[in-house]
Design a protein around this ligand. Structure first.
Ligand SMILES: Cc1cc2nc3c(=O)[nH]c(=O)nc-3n(C[C@H](O)[C@H](O)[C@H](O)COP(=O)(O)OP(=O)(O)OC[C@H]3O[C@@H](n4cnc5c(N)ncnc54)[C@H](O)[C@@H]3O)c2cc1C
Length: 424
C-alpha cells in the first residue's frame, strides 16, 4: 500500500520549476503553489505581470494534491443556519460563488487544455439516518425555492438505484457538481503558469516578509527577492512568518483510501452513476470512482493532525467503514492510503482580503477544490485593480481563543462530534 496520494502518483511530474537561487524584482510574489496560488499566478502571468511563486514543498504537495477530487456546487453548510446568521442576500452570494467556482474550474480546464477527466457528475448527499432524510427534504425545499439550485430529492427506494448499499435512507442530488483528477489539473495549471512566464520555486519556504520601499522584501533559504505586492495562498502553513493566520486557521487531518481497480460490473452495481458522494453524519465520508475504476473513500476518521502514524490508524478505521457500507468489498485490496490537512476556519467559511498590497485567501474548510481556483481569479483581479468580486468581503475574522497553531483541542472536538452523531 502506497502512502503517496493516488493523484500525485498518477500525474506527470511538474517539469518547469526554477533551479536558480531566489533573486530579483517582481510585480507580484505568490506564496504557496496549491490551487489558490497557482490559479492566481496563472491569471496574472497571462496578463504579462511578472510573478514569483514560492512553495515550501513541491507544487500541489499539500491539500491541493491530497483531496477527494470533488468539485461541488453549493455551500457545505446548513442553508437555514447560513440564512439565519448572514441573511438571505449574503447566503445567496455565497451559494452563487460556488456555482461560479465550478464553472471557473471548467473554463480553466478548457482554456489551458488540461487533460484531467473533468466531468459534471452531480453530488449525492446520502442520509445516514431517517431524521437526516427529513433534513435533506427541508434543504431541498429551501434551496430550490430561494436559490434556484435545482436539487432532486431521492427517497429510500429511489436511492437504491443510485447506490448498492443498504445504509442510506434517501439522498439529495446537486446536479451540477463536478469531479476531476486533481493531480493532473494541478500540474496542468502549474505548467500553464510557467509557460506564461511565472517563475516557480519548489522546496523554497518563505522565511521572512518585510515591508520595503518598493513593496515587500521576501527572504528564503536560497536568496532574497523584492515584490510590489504579495499573495499569501498558504492554507494550513506550518512554516514562515504567518502566525497571524495560524491563530485563525485550524489544521484538521482528513484521510483517504483508494482501492485496487474494480471490475466495471462491481461498480455498475455499487455506484452506477459514478457521482460524488458524501454522507450526512458530522463525522461522515466522501467517496467517488476514479477514471481507472478505483473507489476513493475518505473521511475524518480520527480527530488528529495527519502524519505517518495517524494516517495508518485512520486507514484502518476507513477500511472498516468502507466494508460496513459495501460488504462486497471486504476482500478488495487497498492500493493507497494518505492523509492531508484541511484549513478549517471557525465558521467553516473561507476568508480573503487585502491590506496595503498584501492579499490572502484561505480557510476553505474542506470545500476548496473549486473555491481555491476561483479565489485565485478574484485575487488576481484585485492585484491588477480590475475589480473586487470577493464573495467573502466583510466577514470578520477574530483569532480563535487559546489557538496558536497546533490544535491541542482536536480530540475534544472529535468527542463532541461523535456525541452529536449518536443523538442527532
Ligand atoms: C484529505 C483532504 C480531502 C479534501 N477533499 C476535498 C474535496 O473532495 N473537495 C473539495 O472541494 N475540497 C477538498 N479538500 C480541500 C481542498 O483540497 C483545499 O481547500 C484546497 O486544495 C486548498 O488549496 P490551497 O492552495 O489554498 O492550499 P494548499 O493546497 O494547502 O496549498 C498551500 C501551499 O502553501 C505552501 N506554504 C505554506 N507555507 C509556506 C511558506 N511559508 N512558504 C512557502 N510556501 C508555503 C504549502 O507548502 C502548500 O503547498 C480536501 C482537503 C484534504 C486535506
Amino acid at each position: 500500500m502506497r502512502s503517496t496520494p493516488y493523484w500525485l502518483d498518477t500525474a506527470p511530474a511538474f517539469q518547469s520549476g526554477a533551479d536558480q537561487p531566489v533573486e530579483g524584482r517582481f510585480d507580484v510574489a505568490v506564496i504557496g503553489a496549491g490551487f489558490t496560488g497557482l490559479s492566481t499566478a496563472l491569471r496574472l502571468a497571462r496578463q504579462g505581470v511578472s510573478v514569483l511563486v514560492l512553495d515550501a514543498g513541491p507544487v500541489i504537495g499539500e491539500a491541493s494534491g491530497r483531496n477527494g477530487g470533488q468539485c461541488n456546487t453549493g455551500l457545505a453548510h446548513d442553508y437555514a443556519k447560513i440564512i439565519q446568521t448572514h441573511g438571505r442576500d449574503t447566503a445567496m452570494r455565497f451559494h452563487q460563488a460556488y456555482s461560479a467556482a465550478v464553472a471557473d474550474v471548467e473554463r480553466l480546464v478548457i482554456d489551458e487544455n488540461i487533460d484531467c477527466d473533468f466531468r459534471r457528475c452531480g453530488k449525492l448527499k446520502l442520509a445516514a439516518k431517517p431524521r437526516h432524510y427529513e433534513n435533506l427534504a427541508a434543504a431541498h425545499r429551501l434551496m430550490n425555492d430561494g436559490f434556484d439550485a435545482k436539487t432532486e430529492l431521492f427517497d429510500a427506494a429511489r436511492v437504491r438505484d443510485e447506490i448498492g448499499s443498504a445504509a442510506f435512507h434517501g439522498a439529495l442530488l446537486m446536479p451540477d457538481a463536478a469531479q476531476l483528477h486533481v493531480g493532473r489539473f494541478g500540474v496542468g495549471i502549474a505548467e500553464a503558469a510557467a509557460r506564461h512566464g511565472a517563475t516557480i520555486h519548489e522546496n523554497t519556504p518563505l522565511l521572512a516578509l518585510d515591508r520595503h520601499t518598493l513593496g515587500f522584501e521576501l527572504r528564503t533559504p536560497t536568496g532574497r527577492a523584492v515584490a510590489e505586492q504579495v499573495v499569501l495562498a498558504t492554507g494550513t502553513s506550518r512554516v514562515g512568518p504567518l502566525g497571524w493566520f495560524r491563530r485563525r486557521i485550524v489544521p484538521v487531518g482528513s484521510f483517504i483510501l483508494v482501492t485496487a481497480p474494480l471490475p466495471a460490473s462491481t461498480l455498475d452495481t455499487l455506484l452506477p452513476a459514478r457521482r460524488n458522494y458524501v454522507t450526512s453524519r458530522v463525522i461522515g465520508h466522501y467517496f467517488r470512482v476514479t477514471s481507472d475504476r478505483r473507489l476513493l473513500f475518505g473521511g475524518r476518521a480520527r480527530f488528529s493532525m495527519s502524519d505517518a502514524r495517524a494516517d495508518r490508524k485512520a486507514g484502518a478505521v476507513l477500511r472498516h467503514n468502507l466494508c460496513h457500507l459495501f460488504p462486497s468489498l471486504a476482500e478488495t485490496a487497498i492500493d493507497y492510503c494518505w492523509g492531508g490537512l484541511v484549513d478549517m476556519s471557525r465558521d467553516r467559511l473561507p476568508r480573503a482580503g487585502s491590506d496595503r498590497g498584501l492579499h490572502y485567501a484561505m480557510g476553505y474548510s474542506g470545500h476548496g477544490v473549486q473555491m481555491s481556483v476561483y479565489m485565485g481569479g478574484v485575487i488576481a483581479e484585485r492585484v491588477t485593480g480590475e475589480a473586487d468580486r470577493n464573495p467573502w468581503a466583510g466577514l470578520n475574522w477574530p483569532a480563535i481563543p487559546g489557538h496558536f497553531g497546533t490544535p491541542w483541542f482536536l480530540p475534544a472536538v472529535g468527542a463532541w462530534y461523535q456525541l452529536k452523531d449518536r443523538f442527532r
